[in-house]
Every structure is written in C-alpha cells, then in structure tokens.
Design a protein around this ligand. Structure first.
Ligand code: ASP
Length: 348
C-alpha cells in the first residue's frame, strides 16, 4: 500500500493470543514458552514505520494454541464485536497448531463481517535470528489495513502465512516444519505477497449488505470417527454411543467411501435413528465427498448420512458446533451443513 495520508487514518486492533510467534526458549528446560506482546514489539521496530495507528489487546497469560477452546472463540468474537466500530481491521496473533479451527469458528460466529480479521503466527519464534514471524506479522497488518474506495479489500476471516493469504475456513496446517505451514487445497489463495501484495479479487467474499451479527452459542457435543481398514465394531459403537452426542464427523476414504459391512451400516443407522447427525468428510486434503459415486458410499446416502462436500475437517468441526448452538431443527441443521454459509464449501 503506498504511503499516503489516508494510511494514517487506518486503525487496527492486534489481538495477541499467544503461539510460537511470541515464544522464547527456556534455557533450563529447553522447551518453548510464551512471552508478552511487549517483547514481540521490541523485536519488530518496523511496526512503528507502517504509518497506521494500532492498539493491542494481549491475552494474559498467552496461550499455546493447543489449549484453544470454544470459550476462547467466544471471547475473541466478543472483543471484535466490542471494537468493531472503532477499528478498520483486526490481526489475531495465534499459534499455528489450531489456527485453522479458530479461523473457521470465527468465520461462522461473525456473520455479515465487513472488515478483515487476519490470523497469523509463525513456525519460528520472533526472538530467533532466522524467523518467519516478522514477515508474517508485518504483511498481515498491511492486509488488514488494505482499502479500496474507502472499504476493506478483504472483508473476511483469513489466515496469512508464508506469503499467502487463505480463506480461514478453507485452510489447513499441513506441515509442522516448513515455513509454508498452511495450504488451502480446495480454494485458491485470496492474495499472494511478493514485491507487491496481489489480491485475487474474484475469490474474496463480497461486502455484506447487513450489519455484523455475532453468534456466541457453540455446542461441542460432537465426536470424530476416523475410518481405517479393519476398524473394530467396538470402536465404532463406542463413538456412536457417547452419552449426549449430537453429531459425528465421519472421516472417510477418498470421495466419501466407507466399509459396506452389515454391522457397520447397522451401527450408523441406529445412531441416525437416535437423532445423531453423521457428517461425511473425506480424509483427503483435496477434493470432495460425492455420496453415491461408488457403491461404498451409496448405502451411506441411503441411510441419511450428510455430505461434507469439500469442507476441511477444521471447518466441519466449527460449523457443527456453530449450527448445533443455533437451536434449529435437525432437518434445518442438515440442510445448512450442505449449504455454503461463509464460503466454506463448493456445491457443484
Ligand atoms: N504450539 C504452538 C501453538 O500452536 C505452535 C505454533 O505456534 O506454531 O501455539
């Protein structure tokens, strides 16, 4: 973004939740532990030269994102709601481990979002000589501040990491050691940062016509059933009979296929009869569930399994918690699961 007087009128809120981005090595134990935002700022003096105003809301203590939970998602959405009219954009510094879950959850909780919410973090701590934290934070701030004709360029929840901007609910952490930790297999990047930041406008969500609506009710009564060859009946039944269970994400093979054994189909049928929603999401990172394409998924369709289409596992978790919290009928919930609400799935 060129330096101009309009830039100095942009106000951003940085929400620092924790993560490697703000960690240091403990010499005694050799493990990484979180530090405060002050120490981060000291390591990026360039922030002061960006030219826009910003304020910081720092979690105390900072969180390793493995401890992320729906309660924190509610807290984040409340911070954004409270500050929505004051700031032009939000940057959330977050551990990379569960960043895609948080981005997915916020995308559903923040309906009619008209301002950027950019999550970023890093693979190496800011205090290391070689690190990806500095670039990720500076460019995430630039993206959150980017405007065109007086409006935000990216009015959605997204993840910026290693020169790429992804839709949050399409992203996945796929690599634990590359700087390129995330990808989005089923949706193109929203922007790519090189000498310039190139925005792919046709892929970015349009500005909403209605005011922001924040949903705070999330219901975590879900479970995951990951299918593998030889999965024992006791395992399937143990998951499907969890007391209070409302929905199951069934991670299947390829385009949504699962065993056709009589006991397996019977167990699923019983669960569906008891009112449990079974959502079929593929174990593959790319491509989509297509119920009925193979014999091994036709039966699933017949008994009432719902298709996750090309949704990521992370988006499926967040969407189910969000929809279960909406207190809508099961029929409506299953209809909405298969409907794109925030650009999280493609319906052919
Ligand atoms: N464990 C860290 C976290 O997710 C890893 C990271 O930030 O990359 O908080």
């Amino acid at each position: 973004m060129p330096k101009s007087s309009s830039r100095s009128s942009v106000k951003l809120l940085i929400i620092y939740t924790g993560g490697t981005v703000g960690m240091v090595y403990d010499n005694a134990t050799g493990t990484l532990h979180p530090i405060g935002f002050k120490a981060i700022r000291e390591n990026i003096p360039e922030i002061a030269r960006l030219g826009f105003e910003y304020q910081v809301h720092a979690f105390n203590p900072p969180l390793d994102s493995s401890n992320m939970s729906p309660d924190v998602w509610v807290e984040l959405s409340s911070i954004i709601e409270k500050n929505y009219d004051i700031y032009d954009g939000f940057v959330i510094l977050h551990g990379s481990d569960t960043m895609a879950f948080t981005a997915s959850a916020l995308s559903f909780m923040l309906e009619n979002l008209g301002k950027p919410v950019v999550l970023t973090g890093s693979q190496l701590p800011i205090g290391e000589i070689r690190n990806d934290a500095k670039e990720n934070i500076i460019t995430a701030l630039e993206i959150a501040a980017a405007r065109e004709k007086g409006r935000a360029l990216v009015p959605e929840v997204c993840i910026y990491f290693d020169f790429q901007l992804f839709r949050g609910n399409r992203s996945k952490k796929y690599n634990a050691e590359k700087f390129e930790a995330f990808y989005s297999m089923n949706y193109p990047p929203l922007a790519e940062a090189g000498i310039e930041i190139k925005y792919k406008k046709p892929f970015i969500l349009k500005h909403p016509e209605k005011p922001l609506l924040v949903h705070r009710k999330l219901d975590p009564h879900i479970a995951v059933l990951k299918i593998f060859p030889g999965i024992p009946q006791e395992v399937v039944d143990a998951v499907l009979n969890i007391p209070g269970l409302k929905a199951v994400i069934m991670e299947t093979f390829g385009s949504g296929n699962a065993p056709t054994a009589g006991w397996f189909i019977e167990s699923l049928k019983n669960a569906i009869r008891k009112g449990i929603t079974i959502l079929d999401v593929t174990q593959c990172d790319g491509g989509a569930v297509e119920l009925g394409r193979y014999e091994t998924s036709a039966l699933l369709k017949e008994i009432g399994v719902v298709s996750g289409h090309d949704m990521t596992f992370e988006a499926a978790v967040a969407k189910l918690m969000f929809l279960l919290g909406q207190k809508i009928s099961r029929k409506e919930l299953e209809r909405q699961i298969e409907t794109p609400l925030r650009g999280e799935l493609t319906r052919g």
